[in-house]
Design a binder for this molecule. Structure first.
Ligand code: SF4
Length: 301
């Protein structure tokens, strides 16, 4: 397995920074098409809490680049670096097709952009969207991130994700078939209500079973955290849910990493909620200590 920064470096020959963008979509289990209320953990901004709140894509992109520059202390400007526009909020393939097309193409026109990354649900890949991404992939790198969270259908129902494992399997098969050059990423969450360590590892196995070819694929694993104004916040306040402790989380993550084949690209291995809406766990807010711990437990392996 390798980490995302190395994957990008090998592919593009330089550092690549993802710039999170908001296409102002919604989600079928928020607008009533499949359900209402959204997943029990999903924030009001549909997981796009770090994005500059502008209706103008260019402004969002520029703000994102500024933020990256600040974090990299200007290094992204000194050494060659590329940017990957990343449509992250809600379901970024769900909405008016012409509008989405316009936004994707606009993002590709920004300076020093090396491709397009899109986060979506497995049940939101229409024929038109797939055809468009297929076309784009002939010229640019295309990364498609599918939410799965868990392979336990019972948990899936409980968290109100409103799609099934079969939706996920079909989406992976469709993307592999129609957009063979696309880099497919799957998002899993560890610590969902009622899940044991064995359930989390089963979800990892389930994802790996869908990627048996000798081709790079991505996996993003995050710890479940509680943010304001969610169903999970209420459960947490009522004592009906507890977050995983940091040691517990990394123990399972370590076992998950042991399963990873050579072609697995680790996109993330922790989730850090934005401070202004974070409720729990407290350990996830201290990024430095989390990374130190991760180094000790995982990286030195
Ligand atoms: S599918 Fe994604 S965007 Fe929709 S409610 Fe769930 S986490 Fe939020």
């Amino acid at each position: 397995m390798l980490f995302l920064s190395d994957f990008y470096k090998n592919k593009f020959g330089c550092k690549v920074y993802k710039i999170a963008l908001d296409a102002h979509c919604t989600c079928p289990n928020r607008d009533g098409t499949k359900g209402t209320g959204g997943c029990i953990f999903c924030s009001q901004s549909g997981s796009g809490d770090f994005i500059e709140n502008s209706v103008f894509l260019k402004k969002q992109f520029e703000e994102g680049v500024c933020l990256v520059e600040k974090k990299a202390h200007g290094r992204s400007g000194k050494n060659k670096a590329l940017f990957l526009p990343y449509f992250q909020s809600f379901t970024s393939t769900y909405g008016n097709f012409e509008k989405l097309k316009e936004l994707y193409l606009e993002a590709l026109s920004f300076k020093n952009v090396c491709g397009l990354a899109i986060a979506t649900r497995p049940d939101c890949l229409s024929f038109q969207i797939v055809e468009l991404l297929k076309k784009i992939s002939q010229k640019f790198f295309v990364q498609i991130e599918l939410g799965l969270q868990t392979s336990c259908e019972q948990t899936g129902k409980f968290i109100n994700r409103c799609y099934t494992n079969d939706d996920y399997k079909n989406a992976v098969a469709l993307l592999k078939n129609e957009i063979p050059d696309a880099h497919i990423v799957t998002h899993l969450i560890f610590g969902l209500p009622g899940e044991k360590k064995s359930d989390m590892l089963k979800s990892v196995d389930f994802v790996l079973d869908n990627f048996t070819e000798k081709k790079f694929f991505g996996i993003k694993i995050t710890n479940l955290y509680v943010v304001k104004n969610t169903v999970l916040e209420k459960m947490f306040a009522e004592g009906k849910f507890e977050c995983m402790e940091m040691e517990e989380y990394f123990e399972v993550l370590k076992l998950a990493f042991e399963k990873m084949p050579e072609k697995a690209v680790i996109h993330r291995f922790t989730g850090d909620p934005p401070k202004k809406i974070a409720i729990a766990p407290q350990w996830a807010l201290n990024k430095k200590s989390v990374l130190n711990y991760a180094n000790k437990i995982l990286i030195n392996r």
